[in-house]
Design a protein around this ligand. Structure first.
Ligand SMILES: CSC[C@H]1O[C@H](OP(=O)(O)O)[C@H](O)[C@@H]1O
Length: 367
């Protein structure tokens, strides 16, 4: 996507051809800064600290983390150590483990001297594929928005609610949940986005709002608790969110608070869609609530907020009573029964094992 007229992906090779550049998303929206990763450890820390985040981008960064490792130590031991280090960074997004498994399969049978070049090529291919998958999600999701537009008076905006950030900043480009919105906007369909601020890290207020503003998409940031009220008053035509791991039966793990939005949507007859590329499907799982690992992050993300001071400095302030404990489960699981449809690169599937197996017989059958 473009930032101030310049096209960016979220991850790219440095001029030296081996270090890896990423946008430091912890600094957005007030500072646009990039980081250059020169080691597996730096790649792992970028994932852990959420310099890079979003399931597909986590996978892409891990893939390049393996490539950096193969420059350092292309032995079997070096490969396994890199996979273990990167695999331990964050537990919920299955794209991380999918990417690491793909890199291992590509490299394990090669001679050590061939591994670095092959790893960089595979990481680059994985990134290019992600762009194509997300573009296709946008095209399929556009049919949903167009269908809603056809049922509304001409010119009236389609009001879409989204949670957290599942835009191009969460992927290599295009995004998942936001890809259909970008395509609808670019096609001249009037869309307006209700942007959940998404406590505690405020990825909606900081990243989704930044993205939509940069693309000229009309949007309004709302508190996480406002969505149900807007749905009750007919101000939401559809909800679309991303996911970090979706089971073979259509249960959806996504940023904390997604489940509550799905409940409100179900109660108000608002269609609730989840946009995802197939690497985000965990074909080995059938019960998301019991089987998907939910990341517990630092309580400091709840007790403190980061923002721009009156003097233009980015500062952190405490927003919780001193001495109070805080809990910070980073994701929740929305059961398939609350999901209207799964928007994938191959089309829109009902949130069910039959629906997913029909779209992905090759993947469902291989599990
Ligand atoms: C396209 S994946 C987006 C997904 O990832 C976010 O989690 P995090 O920012 O913690 O990596 C959030 O759940 C988004 O929906």
């Amino acid at each position: 996507m473009k930032i101030n007229g310049q096209a960016y992906r979220t991850i790219w090779l440095a001029q030296d051809g081996w270090r890896v550049c990423v946008i430091d998303q912890t600094r957005l929206p007030f500072r646009f800064e990039t980081l250059t990763l020169g080691s597996t450890g730096q790649a792992a820390e970028a994932i852990r600290s959420m310099v890079v985040r979003g399931a597909p981008l986590i996978g892409a960064t891990a893939a390049y983390g393996v490539a950096l490792a193969m420059r350092e130590d292309p032995s079997d031991a070096g490969l396994e150590a890199a996979l273990a280090l990167l695999g331990a960074t964050r537990p919920t997004a299955v794209n991380l483990h999918w990417a690491l498994s793909r890199m291992r399969a590509r490299l394990i049978g090669l001679k050590a001297r061939s591994r670095a070049q092959a790893a960089y090529a595979e990481a680059a291919l994985l990134c290019d594929e992600d762009v194509a998958l997300c573009r296709a999600i946008g095209e399929h999701g556009l049919t949903v928005i167009s269908g809603i537009a056809a049922r509304k008076p001409a010119g009236e905006p389609i009001n879409i609610l989204t949670h957290c950030n599942a835009g191009w900043l969460a992927t290599v480009d295009w995004g998942t949940a936001l890809a259909p919105i970008y395509m609808a906007h670019d096609a001249g369909i009037p869309v307006h986005v209700w942007v959940d601020e998404t406590r505690p890290r405020n990825q909606g207020a900081a990243l989704t709002a930044y993205e939509l503003g940069g693309h000229g998409v009309p949007h309004t940031v709302i508190s996480d608790n406002a969505g149900g009220h807007l749905m009750q008053h007919g101000q939401v035509d559809m909800v679309i969110v991303g996911t970090d791991r979706t089971t073979a039966t259509g249960d959806v793990a996504n940023k904390i608070g997604t489940y509550l939005k799905a409940l409100a949507a179900h109660d108000n007859g608002v269609p609730f869609y989840v946009a995802l590329p197939s690497p985000t499907i965990d074909w080995s799982l059938r019960d998301g609530l019991r089987e998907i690992p939910i990341e517990e992050r630092s309580s400091r993300e709840v007790t403190h907020l980061s923002g721009l001071s009156e003097t233009g400095e980015v500062e952190q302030v405490r927003v919780v009573a001193p001495g109070s404990n805080a809990a910070n489960p980073a994701f929740d699981v929305t059961p398939a029964r609350l999901v209207t449809g799964l928007i994938t690169e191959r089309g829109i599937a009902p949130a069910s094992s039959e629906g997913l197996a029909k779209l992905f017989p090759d993947l469902a059958g291989a599990a």
